[in-house]
Design a protein around this ligand. Sequence first.
Ligand SMILES: [Zn+2]
Length: 266
Amino acid sequence: MEFIETHAHLCDEKFNADRAETIEKIYSSGISRIIEVSCTQAEWPAALSLARKYPGKMFCAFGIHPEYSETITAEQKEELKKYLALPETVALGEIGTDYWWETGTPESQKKLLSEQLALCPQSDRPAIFHSRNGRKPEQNAYKDLLDVVHEWNYSPERRFRGVLHCFSGTAEDAKKALAEGLALGVGGTFTYKRNGALRDIIKSAGADNIVLETDCPYLPPEGWRGKRNDSSFIPEIAVFVASYLEMSTGRLAEITNHNVAELFGI
Ligand SMILES: [Zn+2]
């Protein structure tokens, strides 16, 4: 049985002291492939060299996360185009809307998002989306994200055109996301005691519409909270998800790997 990690930040400084050992541990714990996700232009070169160290086992997503910038310059856009065309690249991302940290206005975030999305048809890459609602009920980041995705002029010959990573929205958001051709990313938060509603949403979305991820070094599973997360937790998360979805862990691995193949072509 093997698993694919669809969302890691192994270039994060929290791995500086033991990155190579951690990656070896991950590959020997049943994870066959990893997608390393970048959030700012400053992270792109390191992510690419990491992928080049593990050919066929480590892939990249490149993009600008709304938490790190309000805009994308013409030069950055040209640079991003080059990165999206690389053979190590499997997606644009992570990109999206984040109203929790209130970095930039919703308008600037939506503009940054749609300007980057326009690059997907040229490179034939799917997108990895991040969304987090604000503290006030009217700060609905999911709604705004899905409105922009709805206008996204990209219909690849695949079942999915992106993934909504670390899904934390409502049942309504999940329904809309699936209708827009997005898979839902499921990770450590699925195991948190208070997340019963999330588990029900994922169960009704079904294994056919999910992929597994950790978002490491953040969000370790229940029992490990406050500790550094890494992709070797995927099998533990999978056991939990499979039991909730009433299927064997092997079957869940098979289905989610198939989803990854359809999404990212790996
Ligand atoms: Zn992330």
